[in-house]
Design a protein around this ligand. Structure first.
Ligand code: HXC
Length: 261
């Protein structure tokens, strides 16, 4: 499709990665309603496209996203207006995407921008990236998962400090704290993210999705329940073509030919 607030392109040597670039440069990619609708639609398309194996989500060098659109929120007058519109509920699309989504964060990832990055499966950062939850400075709280996902990612003390002060965290600190898995020079960030996405896209899509489901389950389950789920999925992989092909290819010393089934 064609979009107003994002740019979408198929990239990688085999064109098997969808690159989504948030594109409201004048507003530092503030996440207005139209942008979220565009993003959700692009994710629907990537998920439905059998040639696509992974998604990279990025912004500009200056900003991944500076948060929910404050000019839009300013007009929301009271509890019932926001409650009845279920504001921010539709932001969840990334979390149930069956294909891996890698965030490539240059510049500001603030408020809803930081929360959007944390909905992704992996975060790569450019050296000048800055993460923050400044909602407290606006008289509100992180409303798209920040109080939960940031705490899971970096622990209570660091999360409390960020959420209660609005202070930002650098890319280097974010890597040390485990929020970000790797840091790159800004101009190499997207190509490095695409390389990793291509690698994930080279494997069986069915098995990739199962891996995602099991890792995500660790957030919602006890260890006993999570281990049980993992064991059953492990057993289930034995009935797939791709498990048989993967192990046969190893024994025959050749590359596997996965069929996503
Ligand atoms: C709407 C925004 C915006 C935002 C920036 N802009 N952030 N517009 N919503 N979140 C606009 C500015 O109004 C300005 O446009 C233009 O982008 C450039 O911003 P400047 O402030 O002039 O740039 P700079 O001085 O470099 O400062 C950059 C900044 C600052 C530090 C990122 O813009 C900033 O503090 N932004 C707000 C960050 C924030 O509080 N985010 C949390 C939002 S609440 P004009 O046309 O006015 O010049 C949130 C809740 C999520 O995210 C809850 C879940 C739904």
């Amino acid at each position: 499709g064609t979009y107003t607030n994002i740019k979408v392109e198929k990239v990688g040597e085999k064109k098997n990665v969808t690159l989504i670039q948030l594109n409201r440069p004048k507003a530092l990619n503030a996440l207005c309603d139209g942008l979220i609708k565009d993003l959700n639609h692009a994710l629907d398309e990537a998920e439905a496209d059998s040639t696509i194996g992974a998604v990279v989500l990025t912004g500009s060098e200056r900003a991944f996203a500076a948060g929910a659109d404050i000019k839009e929120m300013q007009a929301m007058e009271n509890f019932s207006a926001v409650y009845n519109s279920d504001f921010s509920l539709s932001w969840n699309r990334i979390t149930n995407c069956k294909k891996p989504v890698l965030a490539a964060v240059n510049g500001f990832a603030l408020g809803g921008g930081c929360e959007l990055a944390m909905m992704c499966d992996i975060i790569y950062a450019g050296e000048k990236a800055q993460f923050g939850q400044p909602e407290i400075t606006l008289g509100t709280i992180p409303g798209a998962g920040g109080t939960q996902r940031l705490t899971h990612a970096i622990g209570k003390s660091k999360a409390m400090e960020m959420i209660l002060t609005g202070n930002r965290m650098s890319a280097q600190e974010a890597e040390k704290a485990g929020l970000v898995s790797k840091v790159f020079p800004p101009d190499q960030l997207v190509s490095e993210a695409v390389k990793t996405a291509e690698k994930m896209a080279s494997f069986s899509k069915t098995i990739v999705t199962i891996c995602k489901e099991c890792v995500n389950a660790s957030y919602n389950m006890t260890l006993t329940e999570g281990l049980h789920l993992e064991k059953r999925f492990f057993h289930a992989t034995f009935s797939t073509h791709d498990r048989q092909e993967g192990m046969t290819a190893f024994v025959e010393k050749r590359a596997p030919d996965f069929k996503d089934c």
